[in-house]
Design a protein around this ligand. Structure first.
Ligand code: FEO
Length: 392
């Protein structure tokens, strides 16, 4: 096993999960990593652990550098199980280690997860931990992604261990951004942000502001690659996503019963495209909602199509809108469309859900009985043109 060194005496000792395809409901087509880091000085600190089934990978990587039992401190930057579920095994193996966590939320989270009586040191903003020549300090980043989340900063080497922030679900052989390429990493960073961090945009903006006052040479997140050559790219992207900045792009998301709502979706797309505006079109039966949300992240318009079923929305559309609402998208305009039989209801229900998701809903919607005729299809094209003109 080859060592991965971030700086002299600082190592990646995490685990690669090539086969995970669902991360609490989020599709991870490319796997992920659970990153843990080891800092060697007079005292030895392990920053985070890994998901429990991968504990052996962590142990093997640490043992290649120092005996696991020699670890003096285990820092829990975040209690979520992907980073902490091997803590009980780690604390058992590193008997002298003290556990470091954020005061109150970290302490409470660890207690409620593990019900263990570990020797814990609670830290807060600016607390310092001297390891010898090197010093670690702690930066709380509440709700990125849980209340207990914090970053650990290695002052001397200017390395920020950023926890979930700036991460990506991406399993790779290489560990650094310049070894993998932005074209592969950024879409995964965007998908990660969209599905996990989007509800916390205001806190992201504050966190980015706070971090801008710190000299950072490397960002080592808890998932995916480590940023050393493209720090500005990822920090700027977070600032932009946090503010809800968007581009002239419409995402058309729909389901269909007998093909009519799908025909309407395609006609809407034609209208948007005719204005030179980017469009993405997703049938909810054939697409993954976390992939769709990644496209919603920087889109200015979202158009939701549902046939009427029992006077309401199709269940797949309701499921998507429930997910969207929880993610609190910022600065979007939206509209509803769909086909109905003897009584409508879906478009009104979609409009209400969009409104409660914080989307600015267009006054008009498109609802046509059974199979749309030529004139109705033209109305869809025209509606697409109207939306496109509004967002470009
Ligand atoms: Fe990667 Fe919020 O845990």
């Amino acid at each position: 096993m080859s060592k991965v060194q971030l700086a002299k005496g600082v190592y990646w000792v995490g685990a690669i999960d090539w086969n995970i395809r669902n991360f609490h409901g989020y599709s991870t087509h490319l796997g992920t990593t659970y990153n843990a880091y080891l800092v060697i000085d007079d005292k030895i600190a392990l920053i985070d652990t890994v998901k429990a089934p991968f504990f052996d990978q962590l142990v093997d990587r640490v043992n290649e550098i120092v005996p696991f039992a020699d670890i003096d401190f285990i820092i829990s930057n975040h209690v979520e199980m992907d980073h902490s579920s091997s803590l009980p095994m780690a604390m058992e193996k590193a008997k002298k280690a003290k556990l470091i966590t954020l005061e109150k939320f970290g302490e409470n989270g660890l207690n409620k997860h593990f019900h263990c009586k570990w020797e814990t040191i609670a830290v807060k903003e600016g607390s310092e931990l001297k390891l010898g020549k090197r010093t670690l300090t702690f930066i709380p980043t509440p709700m990125l992604h849980w209340p207990d989340s914090m970053c650990t900063y290695l002052i001397d080497d200017k390395i920020l261990f950023s926890m979930d922030a700036f991460g990506q679900h991406l399993a790779t052989t290489r560990r650094f951004d310049d070894e993998v390429g932005l074209d592969i990493i950024m879409p995964q960073a965007a998908k990660y942000y969209a599905n996990i961090l989007m509800p916390f945009g205001d806190l992201i903006v504050k966190a980015v502001d706070k971090l801008s006052g710190i000299d950072i040479k490397m960002i080592a997140p808890s998932h995916g690659i480590i940023w050393r050559s493209h720090i500005n790219d990822i920090v700027s992207a977070y600032a932009s996503w946090g503010k809800g900045e968007s581009v002239a792009k419409a995402v058309i998301i729909y389901d269909t019963m007998w093909g009519s709502t799908e025909k309407m979706a395609q006609a809407l797309a034609e209208g948007v495209i005719s204005e030179g505006v980017e469009v993405k079109l997703y049938n909810l039966t054939r697409s993954d909602k976390s992939d769709i949300i990644k496209e919603v992240l920087d889109a200015r318009a979202i158009l939701i199509g549902s046939p009427t079923l029992n006077n309401g929305m199709f269940p797949s559309v309701a499921d998507f809108l429930c997910y969207l609402k929880g993610l609190k998208p910022k600065g979007k305009i939206g509209a509803a469309f769909g086909s109905y039989g003897w009584a409508g209801g879906a478009t009104k229900a979609v409009q209400q859900e969009l409104q409660s998701a914080g989307v600015e809903v267009a006054d008009s919607s498109l609802a046509f009985k059974f199979v749309p005729v030529k004139e109705e299809m033209q109305k869809c094209v025209d509606f697409g043109i109207t939306i496109a003109r509004r967002i470009k």
